[in-house]
Design a protein around this ligand. Sequence first.
Ligand code: ATP
Length: 459
Amino acid sequence: MADTTKMDKLVALSKRRGFFYPGSDLYGGLANTYDYGPMGTELLRNIKNLWWEYFVTKRADMVGLDAGIISHHKIWEASGHVAGFADAMVDCKNCKTRMRADHLIEDALHQPVEGLSNEKLDELITSNKIKCPVCGKSDWTKVRKFNLLFPVQRGIVEGEGGAGYLRGETAQGIFVNFQNIINSTRVKLPFGVGQLGKSFRNEITPGNAVFRTIEFEQGEIEYFFDPNKSDWEELFENWKQAMYTFVTEKLGINKDNLRWRPHTDEERSFYSKRTEDLEYQFPFGFKELWGLAYRTNYDLAAHEKGANKELKIVDPQSGEKILPHVIEPAVGINRLLLMIMNDAYFEEENRTVLRLDPRLSPIKAAVFPLLANKPELIELAQSVFENLQDTIEGKIAWDDRGNIGKRYLSQDEVGTPYCITIDFQSLEDHTVTVRDRDTAKQERIAIDQLPKYIKEKIR
Ligand code: ATP
């Protein structure tokens, strides 16, 4: 059952406190786009930094890449996206709502339909008399395919020089740079390439805020290996473990809200030997968070053919030429953000609190002088603030408006783990109160111990 109230509350909090806003808001909005505000920007950066550190920096078998967003149309022809990267859509003849046929059927019948033909989808909609969720009528057009790629025009004469596409996924940038990476580094199989960056898909979405947007950020990894030397099932299990550990231990997500869902034979791409989704229980149900697919050597083979260039590498021991296979873990960073906010959102008797893991919190600590009109309090608070700014990694906030209780509530809503108040006692004994977001308890800490204290708490 969709918890629309929770979703509405998250969206309202996001707008009110600067996590995300509807895109192009000033001009009435642009469907399925969002802009990230001061809090959301910090949160996104923290998620990406953790992802990068865990999957790239700290792994000896991984390297990073930052490929271009605009890429040659031949890449997307060879990869199969121009011909096949399309959603099956239906239009309600009565109220003109356009919807993804798979979403319409899945929501009504609670069965996955990915991979089914247009005819089969038509049949399911008609035989089950599925109703339009907007007007309640059951009068649909036939299913039609809409390509998801955004074409890019270049040059001044309209219609000339179709340069390429905005990338529909970051993964192709890795495949087309495979040879460059092999030639310019000392990597050897098995190894992976990780990339963070924007992707673009011309999607029609049923709302759900930043869960599905036309512009979004992906974290994708292609893990290359020789299938004669590495056991793909073992690698697959290792990646499942790494993804799960990241979500539960690094992002602090409740395990009860997670589950694995293996793809059925129909929905799995023909070249994939195994695909599983890590799903999260969003307010609108369990949905894909992170996909894991064993894609064989389908992509490298497609680019060998498309570019007419050899992408095989020579095994240093046997001298044999091989075209490596890949396992691909692919996640949406904006979906991680929505999951994190949903998981951390709690309403208590007199406050709303985001119980974010401190590593994710947009603000690590907030400094409050008890009164804004007492220069000696301001001066001491300022020195505490500057010292924390110099010593703590992450943002420190300053707030001298309103009463202390209101300042606490304001920081609770954005997930700040610690609030530090400089009061009259501070002037006498050089201690401050540190208030813990989760317990709402206060402790007095000596000012010279404060950076160490906060550092230990938030790491
Ligand atoms: P879905 O079935 O939800 O459309 P997908 O299977 O097409 O997703 P992939 O192509 O495997 O997704 O992309 C990898 C990840 O990128 C997904 O698991 C998801 O987290 C994220 N993602 C995909 N499309 C979007 C989108 N339009 N907006 C936000 N995130 C997205």
